[in-house]
Design a protein around this ligand. Structure first.
Ligand SMILES: NC(=O)c1ccc[n+]([C@@H]2O[C@H](COP(=O)([O-])OP(=O)(O)OC[C@H]3O[C@@H](n4cnc5c(N)ncnc54)[C@H](O)[C@@H]3O)[C@@H](O)[C@H]2O)c1
Ligand SMILES: O=C(O)C1=N[C@H](C(=O)O)CCC1
Length: 233
């Protein structure tokens, strides 16, 4: 496939290397909103910055270029992007975390929240740890995890960053040099605790998942998730 990399930072470069190994051509790599013709690409992969992602994906929809976006911190505009994608008959996959392991971890989190829903002695909390260059907090992954718990567990209605309030899931965000991404969900009672953790050893897993998604999306129309790509029901 001819791939456009919208965002050529840490992730763009990791995806470039892996894409070439998988036999793809990189026809655009950019750190800007303008100055290229997106229509020459078969598929676009956006790992840019929160302020740029919406415009980047909309440009792809309007040019009928399927687009995979992993940029976090712009989800206030996600529903608007979905509407434009559907109007323009575009193709779109967004994931706060493209790692195949995290896609499974998201399912474990949902199942665990269901099992804990009636156990009133346990309080849930989320911790995320990332490298010090990360622009957004909490991570997109932590927000996805929190939202799934809120959907399944009647005791929780919202999440809070670094503070504890009633009916809220406390998320702690830590920034430590060179950490690719670590997420832990803990349920603690006065007598014991249960935790599940996903740790990204490097950025390869995010790049692999984004490329698997891009390969799957090519030739399709519509809005999909990684559950569709990996056939998780
Ligand atoms: N979903 C996932 O699996 C996943 C994994 C890793 C990172 N991320 C997210 O992806 C994003 C990028 O991460 P990164 O580590 O590569 O960051 P980075 O800062 O290394 O790279 C982002 C790049 O985007 C460029 N950019 C700025 N404006 C742009 C525009 N208008 N169009 C295109 N590019 C533009 C910047 O110059 C920079 O080079 C972040 O939001 C991060 O949270 C998601
Ligand atoms: O490095 C980052 O930035 C990451 N961002 C995503 C998030 O916010 O959840 C995924 C993990 C890496």
């Amino acid at each position: 496939m001819k791939i456009a990399l919208l965002g050529y930072g840490k992730m763009g470069k990791t995806i470039e290397n892996l894409a070439k190994q998988r036999g793809h051509d990189i026809v655009i790599k950019t750190n800007k909103e303008t100055g290229y013709d997106i229509s020459i690409a078969d598929v676009a992969i956006d790992f840019s910055v929160p302020d740029a992602a919406f415009n980047n994906v909309v440009k792809c929809f309007k040019n009928r270029v399927p687009v995979v976006s992993g940029t976090t911190g712009w989800l206030d505009n996600y529903n608007k992007a979905v509407s434009i994608c559907n109007e323009e008959q575009g193709a779109f996959i967004y994931a706060s975390n493209f790692s195949l392991g995290v896609t499974i971890f998201f399912e474990l989190n949902t199942q665990l929240a269901k099992m804990m829903a009636n156990l009133k002695d346990y309080n849930v909390s989320i911790e995320e740890v990332h490298h010090t260059q990360k622009l957004d907090a909490p991570s997109g992954t932590a927000i996805t995890l929190a939202q799934s718990i809120i959907n399944e567990h009647p005791a929780y209605q919202k999440w809070n960053l670094n503070t504890e309030t009633a009916h809220s899931i406390p998320i702690t965000a830590k920034r430590i040099a060179d950490v690719s991404g670590k997420h832990t969900i803990s349920y603690s009672s006065p007598t014991d605790s249960i935790s599940i953790t996903h740790n990204a050893n490097n950025r390869q897993g995010f790049a692999q998942g984004a490329l698997v998604a891009a390969e799957w999306l090519y030739g399709k129309t519509g809005v999909f998730t990684m559950k569709d790509v990996l056939k998780i029901s």
